[in-house]
Ligand binder design. Structure first.
Ligand code: GLC
Length: 423
């Protein structure tokens, strides 16, 4: 569905209305019970095009509680901006249920934009535990985990095998192969998501964590980034660009562009979320059957991912809160969570699915993914996380483009984060 125009998506949506085709918000219920009725569900781009069928099933069974899907842009930051604009319109907002990035729960909850939820209505105990924490703020539940995520390293196993080289567990191993092997095959060495947006914050944070460092402590109240580890982490990425084993084009990559580069056979290594592995391994990909997957490498051994994913939240002004809660229970049911993986190629939040023998057979990376999620670093629960991220993006971009040394970029980052956390 990625290649389709919005108009094309609208036509194909089988009863589900997508971006640009959203009816104006009409307050008031159409059903006898005011708490139940039609809703909109706003989400970042559905990159694997599976949500239409999941919501189609719901809509068939709930004629008086139809869900209209509103697809916002693929980029986390653009979706964030559109959601914030809408939520600020309070009772005039269009979005009832929101599929929010795990990074935004605190900001949205602190602003009073979300309706607190009753824990008993959702199967929280069946979820991987670190993901539940992304949905709370000040001990209250403001959202329900829906999809989790962890960064993984994709690599060309055909090429490494031909060269008799083992897949890398450390940066030194990755760097060596990216420098010496990739050029022999006309490939770029390594890429991640290095355009300045939330993806760059994630990649930079992973580099810092994977050298043993941190950026903030005490949920964003303490700045801890001024360390040798942070300089090594940012230095690793900056060196890659300077030496050319990270292609300059990667400075413009978000998830999709980087996935495409790997899938077209233009890269030896790629950091991305698991959906990219599914896509690169699918029939039609130039590298199908040639892709291996590993935990992210780090300075002295395996590295550490940032915890990604999204949670389902209900707007403080949602038209029909009971339908909203029932929709969330449906989307987090075992049956739909299975489809999240099998049709959406996204990591489900239900723990048992990671040990389901049929699924492990079909998705052999599930055990690696599970342990990457369990060891991942959550983003700080700061209501000012959006500003934290902007500061990280700007400083790291300057280090990657060579405008500042990694040392100067880390010093500046520390100063600017201090200003964000104390104002
Ligand atoms: C993915 C992750 C999300 C992260 C974003 C960054 O969508 O699930 O948590 O913020 O990528 O681009």
């Amino acid at each position: 569905m990625r290649w389709m125009t919005t108009a094309g998506k609208c036509l194909l949506a089988l009863g589900v209305v997508l971006a640009g085709c959203v009816p104006a918000h009409r307050p008031g219920a159409h059903s006898a019970d005011a708490d139940r009725g039609p809703l909109t569900l706003a989400t970042a781009g559905d990159l694997t095009g599976y949500l239409g069928s999941v919501l189609g099933d719901w809509n068939r069974d709930h004629p008086d509680e139809q869900i209209t899907l509103v697809q916002l842009p693929d980029s986390a930051d653009e979706t964030h901006a559109q959601m914030v604009t809408d939520l600020r319109r309070a009772e005039h907002s269009r979005f009832d249920v929101l599929n929010i990035d795990v990074a935004w729960t605190s900001e949205f909850a602190a602003a009073g934009w979300l309706r607190p939820l009753e824990r008993d209505r959702f199967p929280l105990k069946s979820f991987l535990q670190p993901v539940v924490d992304t949905a709370t703020y000040g001990n209250r539940l403001y959202a329900v985990p829906y999809v989790t995520n962890a960064g993984l390293l994709l690599y060309r196993k055909d090429i490494l095998a031909k060269e008799g080289v083992s897949p890398p567990h450390t940066w030194a191993e990755l760097e060596e192969a990216a420098k010496t092997i990739a050029p022999k095959y006309g490939l770029g060495g390594y890429a991640g998501q290095f355009l300045p947006y939330e993806g760059l914050t994630v990649n930079a944070a992973e580099a810092v964590y994977s050298a043993g460092g941190s950026i903030l402590g005490d949920e964003g109240r303490r700045v801890t980034v001024n360390s040798a580890a942070a300089r090594q982490g940012i230095g690793f990425l900056a060196r890659g660009v300077r030496q050319g084993w990270i292609p300059r084009a990667a400075l413009t990559y978000k998830e999709e562009e980087s996935k495409q580069a790997f899938q077209d056979g233009r890269l030896l290594f790629l950091r991305n979320w698991p959906y990219a592995f599914a896509s690169a391994s699918a029939p039609g990909s130039a590298v199908a059957g040639k892709v291996g997957v590993l935990p992210l490498p780090g300075l002295d051994g395996p590295g550490r991912s940032v915890l990604g994913g999204s949670d389902l939240a209900v707007s403080a002004h949602a038209r029909h809160p009971d339908t909203a809660a029932r929709l969330i229970a449906y989307l987090t049911s075992e049956a739909v969570q299975r489809q999240v993986l099998t049709r959406g190629a996204l990591p489900p939040v239900r723990a048992a699915l990671y040990e389901d023998p049929d699924l492990v057979k079909k998705f052999p990376y599930l055990p690696i993914l599970r342990s990457s999620v369990l060891h991942a670093a959550p983003r700080p629960k700061s209501p000012r996380y959006d500003q934290v991220s902007l500061v990280v993006q700007a400083a790291v971009q300057d280090a990657l483009t060579g405008h500042q040394t990694p040392e100067a970029a880390v010093r500046r980052l520390s100063r600017e984060l201090d200003a964000v956390s104390t104002h």
